[in-house]
Design a protein around this ligand. Structure first.
Ligand SMILES: Nc1ncnc2c1ncn2[C@@H]1O[C@H](COP(=O)(O)OP(=O)(O)O)[C@@H](O)[C@H]1O
Ligand SMILES: [Mg+2]
Length: 228
């Protein structure tokens, strides 16, 4: 097993059979000890956060597999807090795709002149560059194409998959009376044909979820969603 990358919340290893192993850590993103799914720094460490994130990730990726939606998922080992995945090549140095159902977070900070807090957004898709130094700038389809990060065909697939997967997560949460405000995904090129597939994770650390108007912390979200 070869160490490939140390991320903020996961470590990445290459397995001998060519697949990757993601090790989920107890570190969560945020600032000054406060959780923030949009943050680019590790804000705090919570016991059990890694396993909880993996449990929710496994739950959603297995639903996607049943629906034949392309992802990197192979299997998960909750005890070890590891997930086996197909290796992906990311677009440029990595992009993030956000699907928004309500105006909060960076959307509200940027467009507060026009948007009001919590305003419904109907699955608005937004792409940002993974660039910590430049605070993950949003980027348009034209710029992605012009800069050679993503082709127009790939962009369309990515946008359609984002809406489809976002809606699946939203519906699963709704079954428990939970309201999804926004969610962040990562995509990459997977397999010999380099098809666009969902990679990384789908956990409480990547979304904002509310119940009865109250924000739900990632660990609590996992407890509400996964009934053992
Ligand atoms: N299937 C995959 N193939 C290659 N890289 C992946 C795959 N799934 C996730 N990754 C990458 O592994 C890293 C996971 O670690 P994480 O702590 O989330 O990193 P980051 O600090 O960049 O958010 C991310 O950079 C993500 O893009
Ligand atoms: Mg990450």
């Amino acid at each position: 097993m070869k160490h490939v990358y140390t991320g903020k919340t996961k470590d990445v290893y290459a397995l001998e059979d060519g697949n990757y192993l993601l090790k989920f850590k107890d570190d969560v993103t945020g600032e000054d000890g406060k959780f923030d799914p949009g943050a680019n720094t590790v804000g705090l460490t919570i016991d059990g956060a890694g396993k909880a994130g993996l449990r929710l990730t496994k739950f959603f990726f297995e639903i996607l597999r049943e629906k034949n939606i392309p992802t990197h998922y192979i299997d998960a080992n909750i005890e070890e807090a590891t997930m086996t995945v197909k290796p992906a090549t990311v677009f440029g140095n990595g992009v993030e795709v956000i699907c928004r159902y309500r105006a909060v977070g960076s959307f509200l900070r940027r467009y507060g002149m026009y948007a009001t807090e919590g305003q419904p957004l109907d699955g608005f898709v937004e792409v940002t560059l993974k660039d910590d130094i430049r605070q993950d700038p949003p980027i348009s389809e034209d710029a992605l194409h012009m800069l050679g990060i993503l082709s127009r065909e790939e962009y369309k697939v990515l946008k359609d998959l984002t809406k489809e997967i976002g809606n699946i997560v939203k519906e699963e949460l709704a079954k428990k009376g939970i309201d999804l405000y926004d969610i962040k995904f990562e995509f990459g090129r997977v397999g010999g044909d380099a098809h666009v597939a969902l990679i990384d994770e789908i956990s409480g650390g990547n979304m904002r979820a509310y119940k009865d108007g109250e924000y739900i912390e990632p660990l609590e979200l996992e407890r509400l969603m996964i009934v053992e």
